[in-house]
Design a protein around this ligand. Structure first.
Ligand SMILES: *[C@@H]1O[C@H](CO)[C@@H](O)[C@H](O)[C@H]1NC(C)=O
Ligand SMILES: *[C@@H]1O[C@H](CO)[C@@H](O)[C@H](O)[C@H]1NC(C)=O
Ligand SMILES: *[C@@H]1O[C@H](CO)[C@@H](O)[C@H](O)[C@H]1NC(C)=O
Length: 457
């Protein structure tokens, strides 16, 4: 009898869940989602949402351009997520992309074109208790505006700040003292540090917007947005070159990191994608770096190969990787690809995944053209970038669900495995409202019962 009551209760619960699952509708054709995955639109009408992060109470913090940092409470099981009780945490319209939280959840970091700021944050009140303290300054340029933040979990008190170029092909960046197109290391407990006094982790990185630390071995990875409209020997080769790049920077804890201060090539050297469109390609392979210098580019290729660090993986040109986030086991690196205006046939506009092996390396070689597997994409890219979602920030909640913002459309989606199962199943679960109670075999039985129950009613 008790069993029957429990089953009936479960059935009713399943029935109610199915009915109450929120469903917002986008203004463009429904996204296509790879089999085994589920995606749901959970917020609309945001102001160009960029960086996302979850606080220690599982609230979602969002950088909205021209607004500041806003917070949402997150409710619901599986993919039936509701974002509610929106609150402005920091009102500062100059904040435009980067966001981080200290491990104890009490210090919030955010970035503007000019600086990195830190705030005392209270996740029970969803508020900060001060106006923010400048920790890194002197970054204003007319060019790339994002300053991505990464607070290392392996190396304590270490903040990475990535900054792009001032122009498409910015020759000033051949000098490390330009402070542009590089990733620098800072002590976030200090105040008012000039960007150019940080330790250089890597340079010659045109615009490395994506930045992540592999949780298994502490390896630092960045995803670089490469140049537009490039030519070689006077020929435009921009449609299928240069590649976007995934670059490796070694481990912050490693006192002998041979990649510390390495130069990754920009603005002299670029990752090769389509060899057949590169004039005088010689021995160039996909994933090698080639030169675009005016006088005899071929001769410079040797310099690019010998004196510059090559990418660990390459992606199709103009896919525009924005954020990269590992799962807990470091087996999958998720990438948001925002797409670009600089290609006739639009590419990117998706969330994709890169497979990593236990040794902390991608499973695919650097010459691979299939390192990215799309899981969530625009179904019709003909209308991109005009009538498309454009993935920007990524964040995990404590139930292993992945959230992605689309700045162009002012939206947030949640991505899970089919049936609302966690995408990152090893992520520590919340005590309440963790996973849907209906999953797997039990789910099928309960769903069938729910149907019978509904029929009887
Ligand atoms: C590479 O270039 C050739 C020649 O223009 C073209 O036919 C081919 O589709 C391109 N392939 C890729 C992957 O870009
Ligand atoms: C460019 O350099 C290569 C390699 O040194 C050489 O073989 C080629 O003749 C040069 N081309 C021109 C136009 O100078
Ligand atoms: C895709 O979008 C284009 C441009 O908006 C439109 O002309 C075309 O009909 C769409 N294709 C499909 C299959 O919906």
């Amino acid at each position: 009898m008790l069993n029957k009551i429990l089953l009936a209760t479960a059935a009713l619960q399943a029935h109610v869940l199915a009915q109450s699952c929120p469903s917002l509708t986008a203004q463009y054709p429904a996204p296509s989602v790879a089999s085994d995955y589920e995606a749901r639109l959970v917020a609309q009408n945001l102001d160009k949402p960029r960086g996302l992060i979850f606080d220690n109470n599982n609230n979602l913090l969002v950088v909205e351009r021209e607004v500041g940092v806003t917070a949402f409470k997150v409710e619901g099981a599986g993919s039936c997520v509701t974002l509610k009780d929106k609150k402005t945490v920091v009102s500062d319209g100059t904040l435009n992309h980067g966001i981080e939280l200290s491990e104890d959840g009490k210090t919030l970091y955010a970035s503007s074109r000019e600086s990195v700021l830190k705030y005392n944050y209270d996740s029970t009140k969803l508020s900060v208790s001060d106006n923010g303290q400048v920790i890194v300054k002197g970054m204003t340029t007319d060019g790339q505006v994002t300053r991505t933040l990464l607070l290392s979990r392996k190396s304590k008190n270490t903040l990475l700040v990535s900054r792009g170029s001032d122009e498409n092909i910015d020759l000033s960046t051949v000098d490390v003292n330009s402070g542009q197109s590089q990733i620098r290391i800072f002590d976030p407990s200090k105040n008012d540090i000039s960007y150019t006094t940080g330790t250089t982790l890597g340079w010659g990185l045109r615009n490395a917007v994506g930045l992540a630390e592999n949780p298994t071995d502490g390896g630092i990875w960045s995803a670089e947005n490469n140049a537009d409209n490039i030519e070689r020997d006077g020929f435009s080769i921009h449609e299928n070159n240069p590649a976007e790049e995934l670059n490796y920077h070694g481990k912050l804890e490693d006192a002998k990191n041979s990649l510390l201060d390495a130069n990754y090539g920009y603005p002299l050297c670029y990752g090769a994608w389509n060899i057949s469109e590169i004039s005088s390609a010689g021995q160039l392979q996909i994933g090698d770096q080639f030169a675009i210098a005016e006088e005899n580019a071929t001769r410079q290729d040797a310099f690019c190969n010998d004196a510059r660090q090559k990418p660990r993986l390459v992606f199709q040109p103009h896919t525009s990787p924005i954020d990269i986030k590992f799962d807990t086991k470091g087996e999958n690196l998720y990438v948001s690809l925002r797409g670009s205006w600089n290609r006739n046939d639009p590419v990117g506009y998706s969330v994709s995944v890169i497979s990593f092996s236990a040794n902390g390396e991608p499973t695919k070689p650097s010459s691979s053209t299939t390192a990215l597997t799309p899981i969530f994409s625009n179904s019709n890219t003909t209308a991109c970038p005009g009538n498309c979602f454009r993935p920007a920030g990524l964040a995990w909640d404590r139930n292993g669900r992945l959230y992605v913002s689309s700045d162009a459309t002012g939206e947030i989606y949640v991505i899970t495995k089919s049936g609302g199962d966690a995408l990152d199943a090893t992520r520590p679960k919340a005590s309440a409202a963790s996973k849907s109670p209906v999953s797997g075999v039990v789910g099928v039985v309960v769903a069938a019962l729910a149907m019978a129950f509904a029929y009887l009613l």
